[in-house]
Design a protein around this ligand. Structure first.
Ligand code: HPA
Ligand code: ZN
Length: 335
């Protein structure tokens, strides 16, 4: 099963580029940019990763970003992730990034955009991994700030496929950003939002995502299982759920394999993803392999999970079908 998963063509739909910053690159960039790190070695930095909920993770995640300063830093970050993903047979990735976490430190929006985009272009050409970009807004920041960043993105509209909402969900409901997301939809961008596991008012937030924002996907969204009506809505509207097992484990001490089984049983379009792989020490393969072990998923269920990611990816039908055929071909050769 491990080798079946490792060699399978895959798609990743929930990965934060800033969450792919490996300690070694962090140290190299810190030295180059004259940024001081609180730890002496990459190993000591990793040893200090201590997450037990969303805020405890976010504190470390934002502190880590200080080493990203120049255009080439964003290029290196993105190219390194795409190289790693391709080495795991991830053929397609949709990448989140958090521009406000950089502009708030004095890094220009253009620096971030151009560095990331150039790496995507080069990785597609050199490595054969396709990727698209999703601009996330930080939900503890104001709707005005989100709107300003959407305006900054207008000249780069065609470098983006969608917008998302991440960071601290507590007291920051989807509806706070209704106007920004309506404007993004006008621009032809796809919409997704985080509904992190076990957040306060999570069912209200999931309902707002669907009814008021009209999202195309939900990131995480595991708690939807607590409401049959929500599950039916998600299923009827074919809303993909990007679940991140290892990320969830830091909050709920389980890879949520039971919940993923339930979603499969209900024919919900659940997908498996890595979230912040450099911090959680698990890329897509490790997430799938650990999940399979915990939940004893059979081969067909793993193929459904991976196939769902291609199905709910923001791609045209022909490209999507091409990937699905590649997956089917792999499965038929393997079995
Ligand atoms: N949830 C919310 N915000 C985030 C996450 C997450 O899992 N990762 C990076 N920013
Ligand atoms: Zn996330």
């Amino acid at each position: 099963m491990q080798s079946f998963i490792e060699k399978m063509p895959k798609a990743e739909l929930h990965v934060h580029l800033e969450g792919t910053l490996e300690p070694e690159l962090s140290f190299a960039l810190a030295a180059k940019n004259g940024v001081e790190l609180a730890y002496k070695t990459p190993e000591a930095l990793v040893a200090a990763y201590d997450f037990y909920d969303l805020p405890s993770f976010l504190a470390i995640y934002y502190a880590g970003m200080n080493v990203l300063v120049e255009e080439d830093d964003f290029y290196q970050l993105t190219y390194a992730y795409l190289t790693k993903a391709r080495s795991q047979e991830t053929l397609y990735a949709e990448l989140f990034f958090d521009p406000q976490a950089h502009t708030s430190r004095g890094v220009s929006f253009d620096t971030v955009m151009i560095g990331i985009h150039q790496a995507q272009v080069d990785a597609e050409k050199n490595l054969g991994i396709k990727s698209q970009l999703i601009m996330c807004f930080l939900r503890e920041m104001s709707a005005e700030s989100a709107m300003q960043h959407l305006a900054l993105a207008k000249p780069y509209r065609h470098w983006l496929v969608g917008v998302g909402l991440d960071s601290d969900e507590r007291n920051n409901p989807p509806i706070k950003f209704a106007e920004v997301f309506a404007e993004a939809k006008e621009m032809g961008l796809k919409l997704t939002m985080h509904c992190d596991v076990n957040q306060q008012n999570t069912l209200v937030h999931i309902k707002q995502c669907i009814d008021d924002i009209q999202v195309d996907r939900i990131d995480h969204g595991v708690n939807s299982l607590e409401s049959e009506a929500l599950c039916d809505l998600i299923k009827d509207k074919k809303i993909g759920l990007t679940v991140c097992p290892v990320s969830n484990q830091f909050v709920v001490q389980s890879l949520t394999s039971d919940e993923i089984h339930q979603m499969l049983k209900k024919d919900m379009l659940v997908t498996i993803n890595s979230d912040d792989p450099a911090y959680f020490r698990a890329y897509l393969n490790e997430n799938l392999i650990e999940l399979q072990k915990e939940g004893k998923f059979n081969q067909k269920q793993i193929v459904t999970l991976v196939g769902n990611a291609f199905k709910v990816a923001w791609l045209d039908n022909a490209t999507q079908n091409g990937y699905l055929q590649q997956l089917q071909h792999y499965v038929s050769q393997y079995t």
